[in-house]
Design a protein around this ligand. Structure first.
Ligand SMILES: [Zn+2]
Length: 184
């Protein structure tokens, strides 16, 4: 399971490295960040389904700076609470018997690694939200896809790039508000 996650990370990195290889100037090391565009990584490995969502805070929270006042703190808390309702965001075939085992939601500004030696550019106020969910499924063979409800919850989100590892091989695609269903 850990090996699969690492492979996913490597694959994602290779894609973004290719994509941005001609223009590293000011924001070296930052993943591409385009408002309205999120990323969904998926791993289905025997009875474990892992989903990793990453999208601009502008789309999932409504702003990207650290919350400045009570109103923004409340909006942030509300956004975090909504992201914890995995079953409303991802619709899995009931016959697959999937239940949420673990989840982790991280907003870009709430913590930094202090042991890295990269210089943080304070002028860069973009922030992503990363959410990961792991499900255990009693009948994973019955899981042949899923509907992603993110677009109805987050109207500014217009595209999700999907990469996945499933028992039959790799999965890649793009979901949009008019095509929110993944099949494999
Ligand atoms: Zn941004």
């Amino acid at each position: 399971m850990k090996a699969l996650v690492l492979m996913m990370a490597a694959a994602t990195f290779a894609v973004s490295a290719n994509h941005g290889s001609h223009d590293h100037h000011d924001s070296a090391g930052h993943a591409a960040h385009e408002h309205g565009h999120g990323q969904l990584n998926l791993v289905l490995d025997s009875n474990l389904l892992l989903l990793e969502l990453s999208a601009p805070a502008a789309d999932l929270i409504g702003f990207e700076h650290a919350p400045k006042n009570d109103d923004e703190k409340a909006r942030m808390a509300q956004a975090m609470a909504r992201l914890k309702q995995a079953e409303t965001l991802f619709v899995l075939a009931p016959g697959a018997g999937c239940t949420l085992a673990q989840q982790e939601i991280k907003a870009g500004h709430d913590e930094h690694d202090h042991d890295d030696d990269h210089h943080h550019d304070e002028a860069d106020d973009h922030a992503d939200v990363a959410a990961s969910y792991s499900f255990t499924c009693t009948q994973p063979d019955a899981l042949k896809g899923m509907r992603v409800n993110l677009f109805s919850h987050y109207p500014s989100l217009s595209k999700l790039t999907v990469q996945g590892l499933i028992p039959g091989g790799q999965l890649a695609g793009e979901l949009t508000p008019s095509n929110p269903t993944l099949e494999w």
